[in-house]
Design a protein around this ligand. Structure first.
Ligand SMILES: *[C@@H]1O[C@H](CO)[C@@H](O)[C@H](O)[C@H]1NC(C)=O
Ligand SMILES: *[C@@H]1O[C@H](CO)[C@@H](O)[C@H](O)[C@H]1NC(C)=O
Ligand SMILES: *[C@@H]1O[C@H](CO)[C@@H](O)[C@H](O)[C@H]1NC(C)=O
Ligand SMILES: *[C@@H]1O[C@H](CO)[C@@H](O)[C@H](O)[C@H]1NC(C)=O
Ligand SMILES: *[C@@H]1O[C@H](CO)[C@@H](O)[C@H](O)[C@H]1NC(C)=O
Ligand SMILES: *[C@@H]1O[C@H](CO)[C@@H](O)[C@H](O)[C@H]1NC(C)=O
Length: 498
């Protein structure tokens, strides 16, 4: 019985590999994509995210079963061995009819998105023409994005409101604990667990979650790559095959059980992971890697991260489950910042050796440490510095960026190929400094050359963006949970499921 199951699953796996998907990309003026605006041009809407019209045509070839599959992890759906009959679902006996109804639901869904798209475009155009009437923010809400930190505050606000009104996410129930439906809620990869829990049980996420997969705009696969590493990876083996197999099995399971994955080859599906190895694990299914929305901390554009479809996830370090108490409340205004800049951290990755080589222990105002002396306190150093250096480590993201934002210490981003979080709505140049790796030796000169006025402007702007990087429980409007949701929403509205 078990071996039969394994064999069947391997046949299916081969079919998946052999299938070809025809993807049609249409750029059209009439359907200009909603996207981040280009800071260089005055046009509030630029066309970074193309509208993709997906037509999926699966060509199956006769497949031969693969050989030994002993190590395959088969994900069982413990809770729901067969697809549940959901409230709005018609009984299986009426198969042809619900199909037609489903088509209609689908086209209604797409029409809703089209309306959202045009209302966002109108808000963006109104902002461009300076007509206050057409884009005036609906009242009754506390937060109205405005100011220099937003690429286009009105378009963002409109898009955010449309998301709150319409966006529906279906969370797959398949998969067992601990690897699915859970994730770390402490330490460096905590955002995995916090997001999954919020999505599955959070009251605020409840407004986005739907139990009816037919009315969903996107489908969430709630597995944790960090837990895969913990439970499936053999330490020091550097063999990530078990992770890729888990991911591959998970996708196969949901694509066999539900019609949604095959409909778009996964383009309206998303995963979220903060672990360094998440991009590698996501290669377990070629369509997940190349077509789905991957929400990743390791947003390295030279390692397959594509900002048009993937989402850059901020890394938030939770010591024992919380943001460090010194950083949690905003620092008192005008507290003295005697140091020009601060960094403490190990020699990981390609960039830090250069930084430490040039600056470790060299300067009294640009404080760079490999190991922070016991007499100094990390958070206090951030609170006492004007700039906080955030070089990439083993991977592009660094929890220092969010810590710097909390401590109102202007982040100095030193990285290559890093797609910064939420940069489709936020203008990072309004609240951070970017220093090229080749200019590390001139770091002090560069930071000293920032005019006082500009420094104060950057610092004020940090107060504005702080809310977008906060983890709340329960989640609050415009916080990091909602910004992640908005990033996914933005990618989904630029996609039309034919
Ligand atoms: C804005 O609305 C007011 C009244 O609602 C109207 O008088 C005014 O002409 C409008 N402005 C523009 C630019 O359309
Ligand atoms: C989706 O496609 C795969 C591969 O062709 C197939 O095995 C699977 O049964 C399909 N799923 C559904 C629900 O039809
Ligand atoms: C990532 O996956 C590839 C196979 O696609 C593998 O060869 C490589 O070693 C993996 N990377 C790491 C860090 O293990
Ligand atoms: C993604 O697509 C590229 C280009 O078609 C292909 O070479 C690559 O193998 C795909 N990635 C994965 C993980 O399958
Ligand atoms: C984290 O903060 C929450 C709320 O302030 C508190 O209830 C909890 O005990 C804290 N956890 C730890 C480990 O400090
Ligand atoms: C990003 O990816 C490139 C290409 O694989 C790699 O050389 C580089 O080290 C990565 N960056 C970081 C910080 O890991």
């Amino acid at each position: 019985m078990e071996s039969l199951r394994l064999q069947t699953s391997s046949i299916v796996w081969w079919l998946c590999i052999a299938s070809i998907v025809v993807v049609l990309v249409i750029y059209g003026n009439s359907d200009a994509p909603i996207g981040p605006s280009d800071s260089e041009s005055d046009s509030p809407v630029s066309f970074l995210i193309p509208i993709i019209q997906l037509r999926s045509k699966v060509i199956t070839t006769s497949a031969t079963p693969s050989v030994s599959d002993d190590h395959k992890i088969v994900i069982s759906s413990s809770n729901h061995p067969t697809p549940r009959l959901l409230p709005n679902q018609t009984p299986p006996s009426e198969v042809p009819k619900p199909k037609r109804k489903w088509r209609r639901d689908q086209s209604e869904l797409e029409e809703g998105l089209a309306r959202a798209r045009s209302s966002i475009r109108r808000a963006a155009a109104a902002a461009a023409s300076g007509d206050p009437n057409r884009s005036s923010a609906p009242t009754g809400h506390d937060v109205v994005p405005h100011g220099a930190v937003y690429r286009n505050p009105r378009a963002f606000h409109q898009s955010y409101l449309e998301m709150e009104r319409k966006f529906k996410v279906y969370v797959y129930s398949e998969g067992d604990l601990p690897i699915t439906h859970d994730g770390p809620c402490k330490d460096i990869y905590s955002i995995e667990g916090r997001f999954i829990h919020e999505m599955e049980t959070g009251a605020e996420a409840g407004r986005f979650r739907t139990k009816n997969p037919k009315e969903a705009h996107v489908y969430f696969m709630p597995f944790s790559v960090t837990w895969m590493v913990k439970y499936l990876y053999k330490p020091l083996s550097y063999n990530l095959t078990p992770l890729r197999e888990y991911v591959s099995d998970y996708v196969r399971l949901v694509s066999e059980k539900y019609p949604f994955w095959n409909r778009t080859s996964g383009a309206d599906h998303f995963m979220l992971a903060c672990h360094d190895w998440a991009p590698n694990a996501s290669a377990g299914n070629p369509f997940l890697y190349n077509t789905s929305i991957r929400v990743l901390c390791n947003a390295n554009t030279s390692e397959g991260f594509r900002p048009q479809k993937d989402v850059s996830l901020p890394e938030i370090y939770l010591y024992g489950g919380n943001v460090s108490s010194k950083l949690i409340s905003p620092p008192p205004p005008n507290s003295p910042r005697p140091y020009l800049a601060f960094f403490a951290g190990g020699l990981h990755g390609p960039i830090r050796p250069i930084l430490l080589d040039h600056w470790k222990g060299r300067d009294k105002s640009l404080r760079v440490f490999e190991y922070l002396p016991k007499t100094l306190d990390y958070d206090s150093m951030m609170l006492e510095s004007k700039f906080c250096l955030c070089p990439s480590g083993h991977e592009v993201a660094s929890p220092r960026i969010v810590e710097a934002i909390y401590s109102e210490c202007v982040p100095v981003i030193i990285s290559e190929h890093y797609a910064l979080p939420f940069s489709d709505v936020l203008r990072w140049e309004a609240f951070s400094i970017n220093v090229e790796v080749s200019k590390i030796e001139r770091l002090k000169e560069i930071l000293e050359a920032v005019p006082e006025e500009k420094y104060r402007w950057l610092k004020e702007n940090l107060k504005v963006v702080r809310k977008h990087f906060e983890l709340n429980h329960p989640a609050k409007r415009f916080d990091v949970f909602h910004m992640i949701m908005h990033s996914v929403w933005l990618r989904r509205i630029n996609l039309r499921v034919a």
